[in-house]
Design a protein around this ligand. Structure first.
Ligand code: CP
Length: 337
């Protein structure tokens, strides 16, 4: 794996390998010192042209837990404000010696363009409406943790599908793992290209909910809306929100998800967001371990032997999990943080 640009680039074996690797990094994250020297000497830059809390901080935390150095670029406080282009910005970070960049941009395809300009690993941290592959991976990991294998599991993705890169990533990755996805939205919030998606699209949330194993609520992306696409937020909530009344009618084992940031009281009731069936905090927690797995896979080699070399400091005949469990960062390891 040279880059992680699109969810569609991952086949079932790729996704399952990354989720299995994530198990190892969850174990690392649960240690008293949640750190391994796997990426010592490497530098990971976050290159964000759009706001973020979860994605940016979790990539930076993931890199630090792998002992990589980190650089944090935010367009809002950079020379982009003086007119510097995306290409020149990427070339500038490359010249400083970064090994990987995580790119978030309002334009679909921006991470692909960066990958064509620089000789460093590129991860898509969310591009326009197009994709958010690590969100798809962390959602799949979180769901698999609650439901087991996703083959035949029914997932409803509800809300502003039209503007949602999370919806596109989740559809790609969850269906790759065998889940059956139903998109539920008002007609104005479904994309025109929905026919090509491996999912069904409906408008009636109450007809779908009794059938599902999981519900993914999407944020109403008001910053991307150029016209009034719903009559009012009150009506949207009444017809497509996961209200207390709707949640009360769902089984005890149905999983509620939201990628964040939430509009509490719009797509999800405040009480429902804090319901025991909601895994929204787990999604954030798992996001760090998933991103450790992605950075590790991109920067520490592709096959088991190179990976073992990198994480084990010479013990090349053991599994990745075994190496990680025995390699906390401690005195004498020279870890760069
Ligand atoms: N889910 C997600 O991408 O959140 P941020 O915008 O806070 O990164």
């Amino acid at each position: 794996m040279r880059h992680l640009l699109s969810s569609a680039d991952l086949d079932r074996d790729d996704v399952e390998a990354l989720l299995d690797l994530t198990d190892s990094f969850v174990e690392v994250s649960n240690r008293a010192i949640p750190k391994v020297p796997a990426l010592r000497g490497r530098t990971v830059a976050t290159m964000f042209f759009e706001d973020s809390t979860r994605t940016r901080l979790s990539f930076e935390t993931a890199a630090k837990r792998l002992s990589a150095d980190t650089m944090s670029f935010s367009a809002s406080s950079s020379s982009v404000n003086k007119g510097e282009s995306l290409r020149d910005t990427a070339l500038t970070l490359e010249a400083m010696g970064v090994d990987a960049v995580v790119v978030r941009h309002r334009s679909s395809g921006a991470p692909h363009r960066v990958a064509s300009w620089v000789d460093v690993r590129v991860v898509n941290g969310g591009d326009g409406w197009h994709d958010h592959p690590t969100q798809g991976l962390l959602d799949a990991y979180t769901l698999r943790g609650r439901l087991g294998p996703l083959d035949g599991r029914r997932v409803a993705i509800v809300g502003d599908v039209k503007h949602s890169r999370v919806a596109r990533a989740d559809v790609a990755i969850l269906t790759t793992l065998g889940a059956e996805v139903t998109l539920v939205a008002p007609p104005t919030l479904l994309p025109p290209s929905i026919e090509g998606w491996p999912a069904t699209a409906v408008h009636d949330l109450d007809a779908v909910l009794p059938e599902v194993d999981a519900v993914v609520l999407l944020r109403m992306q008001r910053e991307r809306m150029t016209e009034a696409l719903v009559p009012s937020l009150r009506e949207y909530t009444a017809r497509w929100g996961l209200t207390v009344d709707r949640a009360r009618r769902l089984r005890d084992d149905v999983v509620f998800m939201h990628p964040g940031p939430m509009n509490r009281g719009v797509e999800i009731a405040p009480e429902v967001a804090d319901d025991p069936r909601a895994v929204i905090v787990d999604q954030v927690r798992n996001g760090v371990a998933v991103r450790m797995a992605v950075l590790f896979r991109l920067l520490a080699g592709e096959g088991p032997e190179p990976v073992a070399d990198v994480v084990s400091d010479g013990a090349d005949d053991r599994s990745v999990a075994a190496d990680l469990s025995e390699q906390p960062v401690g005195a004498g390891d020279g870890g760069a943080t």
